[in-house]
Design a protein. Structure first.
Length: 178
């Protein structure tokens, strides 16, 4: 009985934590964004990417993938980018998984700044390629998506510059220590 109750509490806590990470990514994407005057569809730089990286580094690949996929997918659904939602779900889910998998490899649990940085950097081609293919399909052109690359890179650089130092600080807090 006690084992079942303990497991149920752990599962409940895990569910609440995942929901909070999803909400943080959504809020950071929805409220903290800047539309860039580049490309026909415009670029969008937001702090959701930083939250995705932080979630992946602090809590691992599964929670990072879910936070990115669902949080940014919801943003697309409620902010007029509805057509992008399925692509965002896949691209950002993969990105969160990659960052978390590398940051948590070999028992590191997000404690190595070098591996955290490596994870974020190695997730960049996935995001760029995923959104390039998405735009190519949506716009029927393989040239037009090239204009979105500078905005996507800006978003990644801003995300990395925020996420790495914040993760270092948060990993020192007892709640986030693995």
């Amino acid at each position: 009985m006690q084992k079942t109750q303990s497991r149920s509490r752990t599962q409940t806590f895990d569910l609440i934590l995942t929901a909070m990470l999803i909400a943080l990514v959504f809020v950071a994407t929805f409220f903290l964004n800047i539309r860039l005057p580049i490309a026909a569809n415009g670029g969008l730089v937001h702090l959701g990417t930083a939250m995705l990286f932080i979630a992946s580094i602090l809590f691992g690949p599964k929670k990072g993938a879910m936070a990115g996929a669902i949080g940014m997918g919801l943003f697309d659904l409620v902010s007029g980018w509805t057509l992008w939602a399925p692509f965002t779900f896949v691209v950002r889910g993969l990105q969160g998984y990659i960052v978390g998998k590398i940051a948590w490899s070999n028992g590191r649990n997000g404690t190595s700044v070098a591996f955290n940085l490596l994870g974020t950097i190695l997730s960049v081609p996935v995001m760029l390629a995923g959104y390039y293919v998405c735009e190519g399909v949506l716009y029927g052109s393989w040239i037009a998506p090239l204009a979105s690359i500078p905005g996507n890179l800006t978003q990644i650089v801003v995300g990395i510059c925020i996420a790495i130092p914040v993760s270092v600080v948060l990993k020192k807090v007892s709640v986030f220590k693995s």
